[in-house]
Design a protein around this ligand. Structure first.
Ligand code: ZN
Length: 135
């Protein structure tokens, strides 16, 4: 069955992120000038405007910073998933990352809950970084 949700549309800034995801690596840009780890990917550091950057490997662990439980699908592709959790995960490296919490009932999700990355592989060539409770 065809994937019915919107797919990522990599740009020149985000292509390295999505390529790493295919290898099940969560990578973020780290500024070589001030050390700030940023998301979303961009050509300039938002803290010091340096263009010097490296892609670091995240451990894929963090905590739920905030979340919402969707009971209504605003896109037909998400209807079968209802109810589902969209969350901002605060990663140990610093970035706050918009994602879904999977692997537990929506009512079990709490702020500050420890989570780890859980890859969803799509036939369309993308691997999506979602998060599940740390077991
Ligand atoms: Zn910087």
């Amino acid at each position: 069955m065809a994937y019915e949700k919107p797919l990522p549309r990599p740009t020149s800034d985000t292509a390295p992120f999505w390529e790493a995801c295919r290898r099940h690596e969560l990578r973020f840009q780290k500024c070589l000038s001030c050390g700030h780890v940023r998301w979303p990917a961009s050509i300039l550091c938002p803290m010091c405007y340096s263009r010097e950057t490296e892609w670091i490997l995240s451990g894929g662990r963090g905590r739920v910073y905030t979340f919402v439980v969707y009971h209504h699908a605003f896109h037909p592709g998400f209807k079968a998933d209802l109810p589902y959790v969209t969350a901002v995960v605060a990663l140990e490296e610093g970035p706050r990352f918009l994602t879904n919490i999977v692997g537990c009932p929506p009512e079990a999700v709490r702020c500050e809950m420890p989570v780890e990355v859980a890859w969803e592989d799509l036939e369309e060539g993308f691997s999506l970084p979602k998060f599940r409770p740390v077991s």
